[in-house]
Design a protein around this ligand. Structure first.
Ligand SMILES: Cc1cc2nc3c(=O)[nH]c(=O)nc-3n(C[C@H](O)[C@H](O)[C@H](O)COP(=O)(O)OP(=O)(O)OC[C@H]3O[C@@H](n4cnc5c(N)ncnc54)[C@H](O)[C@@H]3O)c2cc1C
Length: 396
């Protein structure tokens, strides 16, 4: 029996079987057998989510051999890519064709399919999350057949449900992405006191392409990360010291490498509630958790979207996330601050730790029932959902 563990090590389980097909044809045959035997299947990306999205005692499917990049359309900046490509490999192969993602998260080691399925995002108030790139896919559906879906043919409503669907609609083998012509960025990292950062927050958010900050509870300092195309955005900050500078293609400059493992909780808040929520959290952390919090607190912004289960649905968003070293206790810390996030109408990141259950989480999403209806049509027998999704999230 193979025990499976996520990136941080906080999720461990033993799937009945780990499946790693080499081709679509092989996968179709495997799915046929699974359906015949009335079994279930969960799709795995890079295994970076720390909520139990991929936990199963039945079939766990990795698409790691699906790494094609096809049908490059430079005029419309689109391409079809395999579901087993990481953000890093996908980004660098697209760059060879002069194309780029509009943004990445903090790291580039997720699969693009995994990142899209949970609404993974970077930072930048004019930039939507990564799910917004999805405009088509080839998907093995619950009847065992492979079908091609495009936004043009299947409509905006279907795609707004599909874009953040937690692997519950079917097995995406290839995805059509809306991209940008490749572009260069300059990243500057600045150190300052958190009060200076908060005083200039609105300008920092509005005047830069990508902006986020880390707050370090132990010394009250902040690290500001600012990325802009050459010659654009804020060039000088009188109240901060530039400690790092890097420039190059967006895919080489946007993500960072994270070697230290951690667990994380992140909530998406209405943009205007972000600063008040942060101030409240800062007070509590300083009073109660400063000694145990080895890590920092991350503040980002994202543009609103229409995706039914996107934490940014219908509102420009500020996100705040807490990190704790892998292996260190995080429950009390995360739970205490989660109550503050909720009091500011926060919605949890689907791939990170949270304690919300169906009744409360369904209230976060105005199109919840529409999502459930489409999910049921796509998978009436629940082949693609696990116990966690069935009981804790969807209450089916
Ligand atoms: C170090 C680290 C940094 C992170 N940084 C960020 C960040 O900056 N911003 C952010 O928003 N999040 C961030 N996250 C969270 C992370 O981006 C999400 O949890 C993401 O979903 C992980 O992608 P994955 O490839 O590991 O997918 P997994 O966690 O393996 O799976 C995620 C979901 O995708 C589904 N899925 C995967 N492949 C397919 C497929 N082919 N077809 C259908 N469904 C599929 C799975 O079933 C599952 O529901 C970070 C996580 C870590 C550990």
């Amino acid at each position: 029996m193979n025990t499976w563990s996520n990136w941080s090590g906080s999720l461990k389980f033993t799937p009945g079987k780990i499946i790693e097909p080499a081709s679509e044809q092989e996968l179709l045959e495997i799915v046929e057998t699974i359906l015949k035997n009335n079994q279930k299947i969960r799709m795995l990306g890079a295994g970076h989510s720390s909520s139990p999205l991929v936990v199963t005692d039945e079939n766990l499917l990795s698409l790691k051999h699906f790494r094609s990049v096809d049908n490059i359309d430079k005029e419309n900046s689109t391409a079809w890519i395999g579901a087993g490509l990481t953000v890093k490999e996908g980004g660098s192969r697209l760059l060879d064709h002069g194309l780029s993602f509009h943004n990445t998260g903090d790291v580039d080691i997720q699969y693009i399919a995994g990142a899209i399925s949970t609404g993974t995002h970077g930072s930048g108030i004019k930039l939507k999350n990564l799910s917004s790139m999805l405009v088509g896919c080839r998907m093995i559906c619950s009847d065992g057949h492979i079908k091609e879906f495009t936004e043009d043919q299947h409509g905006k409503e279907f795609f707004d449900a599909l874009r953040v669907s937690l692997g519950t609609f079917g097995i995406m083998t290839q995805m059509k992405l809306k991209l940008l012509p490749a572009f260069q960025l300059i990243r500057k990292e600045w150190c300052t006191h958190i009060e200076d950062c908060l005083e200039h927050l609105v300008e920092l958010i509005n005047e830069n392409r990508n902006f986020d900050f880390y707050w370090y509870p132990r010394n009250d300092l902040a690290k500001l990360r600012i990325l802009n195309e050459p010659g654009k955005g804020l060039q000088k900050l009188a109240y901060a010291k530039c400690v790092e500078e890097k420039s190059g293609w967006a895919i080489d400059v946007l993500p960072k490498q994270r070697d230290l493992r951690f667990d994380e909780i992140e909530y998406a808040l209405p943009l205007e509630a972000g600063p008040e929520c942060f101030k409240e959290i800062r007070k509590i952390i300083k009073a109660k958790f400063r000694k145990i919090v080895a890590w920092r607190v991350l503040y980002r912004t994202i543009k609103a979207d229409d995706f039914y289960l996107s934490p940014c649905f219908g509102r420009d968003t500020a996100t705040i996330s807490l990190h704790q070293n892998a292996g260190a206790p995080f429950e009390e810390y995360f739970r205490t601050i989660e109550a503050v996030f909720r009091s500011f109408d926060g919605r949890p990141h689907w791939g990170k730790k949270h304690n919300l259950e169906s009744e409360e989480i369904s209230q976060c999403y105005p199109r919840w029932n529409d999502f459930l209806e489409i999910r049921k049509k796509m998978d009436p027998r629940g082949i693609f959902i696990n116990r966690y999704l069935q009981k804790q999230i969807f209450d089916l």
